[in-house]
Ligand binder design. Sequence first.
Ligand SMILES: Nc1ncnc2c1ncn2[C@@H]1O[C@H](COP(=O)(O)OP(=O)(O)OP(=O)(O)O)[C@@H](O)[C@H]1O
Length: 407
Amino acid sequence: MSHSPSLPDRPRLELDPEMSEAERLEAIRQHYRRIVHMNEELSDRLDDVQGRRGDLKSEVDQLKRENETLKTSSLYIASVEEITEDGVVIKQHGNNQEVLTQASTRLEADLRPGDRVAINDSFAVQQVLDDETDSRAQAMEVAESPDVVYDDIGGIDEQIREVREAVEDPLENPEQFETVGVEPPSGVLLHGPPGTGKTMLAKAVANESDATFIKMAGSELVRKFIGEGSRLVRDLFELAAEREPAVIFIDEIDAVASKRTDSKTSGDAEVQRTMMQLLSEMDGFDERGEIRIMAATNRFDMLDEAILRPGRFDRLIEVPEPGPEGRERILEIHTQEMNVAADVDVGVVARELDGYSGADIASLATEAGMFAIRDGRTEVIQSDFERAREKLQDADKTEDRVINYQY
Ligand SMILES: Nc1ncnc2c1ncn2[C@@H]1O[C@H](COP(=O)(O)OP(=O)(O)OP(=O)(O)O)[C@@H](O)[C@H]1O
């Protein structure tokens, strides 16, 4: 905000002892006139400022009201069809109803036909939204062939075997399932603490079965606007159908599939709708051909039973924190490309890493390398790992506790 211009200097009365009586009187008169003049000037300025204050206050009130409406009411999505002298013609998504409505003067100047907007119950335009394709592109990660292979994943061989059986085999040998007369599992749910390799597992299975990997984070499905979450779910399955064979991976599925809460807020209802859409997509899944669906959560206890029924996520695979051997293997994987001194014993390092996840071990290896670089060495030595461990322990102490507690 700009500051008001500085105040004029206060006039000074300068009386010289040499002055005659008449001269003094004249000086005082002049001084009086200057003060009166200044008083008028300041009072004009005060009026101005008060006027501006009034304007700003009504703008603040207006914004507060708009903010309130945005916060309290459900919003719907529509597209701007036309901007006419009588108002804005919009078409509501979902029912394709065309409505002539108004936008606040603040928004109207920015509106263009084709824009996506949020409207309230009475169709008034509340907000201009980002381009739809942008928001979809942001919500999904698509990889034709992700670069993870099973050998990159340590300590969870049994889980790899199960995932291959449930995802890779049905993609590669569908006939085998037909001949034997069994349905492959519909969806595979990986559950376990953060950073244990769940995403890697989904990427590796997509890679090894030459399938497109399509990832969506559950949190992305929890949108502010009615219908947006369900629409993203539809898009996700449509995209998979276009790109099949494909592996859909929904990370943090608990964001849309938590146990029903008692509260009846519109936000909860919207999350429920998104979940229903997901379930209905999964129920109509057989016709979809070569698409496998996987999901991951580290809040298994929170999940709604409905998503675990047969025909939905009916294969559960727990991905636990690695044990001592797993940790050693993971450390080997992450130090493979590093210039590690011949006398470093990875087993000894791994033994000290009780409670470390795969992701923690990956950071430990990087940190150890950083210590070598800081000391101007080209080889990573045993003590670098110890220093890295101390550093990570100090930094993560509180954070770790929170994460572990959640799971
Ligand atoms: N079992 C593992 N073997 C090798 N590296 C691992 C393993 N688990 C985790 N990592 C390392 O940690 C990173 C993160 O792992 P990933 O994203 O697969 O974990 P996640 O279980 O999906 O975690 P989150 O629940 O936080 O999404 C990987 O990129 C990898 O570097």
